[in-house]
Design a binder for this molecule. Structure first.
Ligand code: KG4
Ligand code: ZN
Length: 340
């Protein structure tokens, strides 16, 4: 079975072809990032995002067909991100996918964006096996989930305010860094000196598995104001302290979640999963606790079509796809994963 996957929930248009033959293989994937277009505005402009997705879908489809050598008629199903995300951006991918599925007379498979993220480590050469605990850390979400099988996701912890990626982005803005803030802040943190700035570790000691990151951002704001005018070195020191604080909380809660679940595998997914310091600390601490940690390939940490194609293929194989009227579709800009 050949599944086309389409991602258009935010500022990346992703397209991929996944084949379930011979144990499953990603045949081709292509991505267009809108980062440069939104940079002038300091963040994603939803209307510009939608219009750009419209421009990209057909050329990206042509590219994955050419790269894989598969004809259009070989596609057996079309999976697409139904939500959560920007309504207009989602509508572009959904309308394109549904129209294509109807024209080819194949099933369409609406996918939850976070399901795509949390299944993305299954694309790697040594994938985890169900069940596992997933730490989902993206621009819009920070959650801990117990994943028993495809479609069986139990929320065991989440942020009470900002998502981890959002905290990176907002703090980067406070430090005068561009959009997207996460990678820029991480790069600046490399030049920070250890022990120069002390920031809080919100909810580190709370008995639950929840997070809170908005206080950390406020602590950075206070520090920046105290130090004004801030030097380049001081900005780097703050970036380092911020990254250390957020990583310590994520590592501690994620490992506690694995321990309390009685499982031995942790999957890390979402854009913040690309953070090198998070990976370093998780590997070090998990190794001591004999927990295996799985990450998607770096290119599949942030938004992409491959994870949507994979999630669609797994849903079809598992037979957990809800039946729906041909041609009828809706996007779900707000959509809790535990409801899918
Ligand atoms: O998963 P993703 O591409 O989009 C959402 O579904 O939200 O995640 C994007 C988020 C942004 O907040 C971005 O700043 C953050 O992931 N991010 C990072 C890094 N790379 C991306 N945060 C910290 N360190 C990174 N290296
Ligand atoms: Zn995402």
């Amino acid at each position: 079975m050949l599944v086309l996957g389409i991602e258009s929930s935010c500022d990346e248009t992703g397209m991929a072809l996944y084949s379930t033959s011979a144990g499953g293989a990603l045949l081709a994937h292509a991505l267009h990032s809108q980062v440069r277009m939104h940079q002038d505005y300091g963040g994603v402009v939803p209307e510009l995002a939608s219009r750009d997705h419209i421009r990209r879908v057909v050329p990206l489809l042509r590219k994955v067909l050419a790269d894989s050598g598969c004809p259009l008629a070989a596609i057996d199903a079309v999976a697409y991100t139904q939500g959560p995300g920007l309504a207009g951006a989602l509508l572009v991918g959904a309308a394109f996918a549904e129209a294509l599925a109807m024209a080819l007379d194949v099933p369409s498979v609406p996918i939850h964006h976070l399901e795509g993220h949390l299944l993305s480590p299954l694309l790697s050469r040594s994938p985890p096996r169900f069940p596992f605990v997933a730490l989902l850390v993206s621009g819009g979400h920070s959650q801990l989930m117990r994943v028993s099988a495809v479609g069986h996701y139990e929320l065991i912890g989440e942020t009470l305010d900002d998502a981890a990626g959002e905290a990176f982005d907002k703090t980067a803005k406070l430090l005068g860094l561009g959009y997207p803030g996460g990678p820029a802040l991480a790069a600046l943190a490399d030049h920070g000196r250890p022990g120069q700035v002390r920031l809080p570790r919100p909810m580190l000691k709370s008995a639950d598995l929840n997070f809170s990151f908005s206080g950390l951002k406020t602590a950075v704001l206070t520090r920046v104001r105290e130090l004004a005018p801030i030097s380049e070195q001081q900005r780097a020191d703050i970036a380092r302290a911020f990254q250390e604080a957020i990583v310590e909380v994520l590592v501690s809660k994620a490992l506690r979640a694995v321990a309390s679940s009685g499982l031995k595998q942790l999957v890390v997914a979402g854009g913040v999963g690309a953070n090198r310091e998070l990976r370093r600390q998780l590997d070090a601490h998990a190794g001591r606790a004999r927990i295996a940690v799985y990450y998607p390939e770096l290119e599949f940490c942030t938004d992409n079509g491959a994870m949507i194609a994979l999630a669609g293929a797994l849903r079809l194989q598992a037979g957990t796809q809800a039946g729906k009227q041909a041609g009828a579709f809706a996007v779900r800009p707000r959509w809790p994963l535990s409801c899918c």
